[in-house]
Design a protein around this ligand. Sequence first.
Ligand code: PGA
Length: 252
Amino acid sequence: MRRRIVAGNWKMNGSRDLVGELAGQVRSASASLDNGVEIVIIPPALFASDTIAALSGSAKVGVQNVARWQSGAYTGEIAAGMAWDIGCEYALVGHSERRQLFGESDDIVAEKVAQVLASGLNLMLCVGETLSERESGEAEAVVKGQVRKALAAVNGNSWCQVVIAYEPVWAIGTGKTATAGDAQGMHREIRALLGELGAPADEISLLYGGSVKPDNAAELFAQPDIDGGLIGGASLVAEDFLSICQAMPART
Ligand code: PGA
């Protein structure tokens, strides 16, 4: 059965104080969540250890990026194995901000995917089309191409480490959300593609990201192929993040 996940991507925000405050609120509220949601907090890497300590097992922790190499003379980079070593359980790869601002091509994304899977971390692969790609009717082809290239070398048991987040670039941090119907349609296509790639498609969690807020989360999470959300802005406000976690329907 696939996991239902709400992940908070803090991006380059926060401080040690904020980590203690937000993670403390997640820790105390998580006990009363009875819908089986898996919570993942993805802070700046420098604060990952503090976050793990502050959450004390109430949520999992991830990193926002990893190097495409295993180790060596790569000043400033962080290896997937290092994130694993300190107790992280997830790594985001291919976030649109990395693709757009740091020139991460599909080839680089695929190299990072390989590092993440080899390290033992779970992969949260981000894919999504830009506004101009959507307007020119290419959204589905772009997203499927990103999934195909990133996961070309995945096989066997590694599939159980894979989570995909569909995040239309035009919806990230803009207040615009894909309609629940459009998001569901893309998730269905991604799941169908996973089947073609030989993955156990029904077991793989697919998240939606892009301006998820307390008032639209329930409708998105009610879609049959949407298994949760990747939350940016709203994850920095404990009350909003927790109400998004609460919006996950309990399994029937
Ligand atoms: P947002 O960001 O929720 O602020 O739109 C989502 C993301 O970038 O993961």
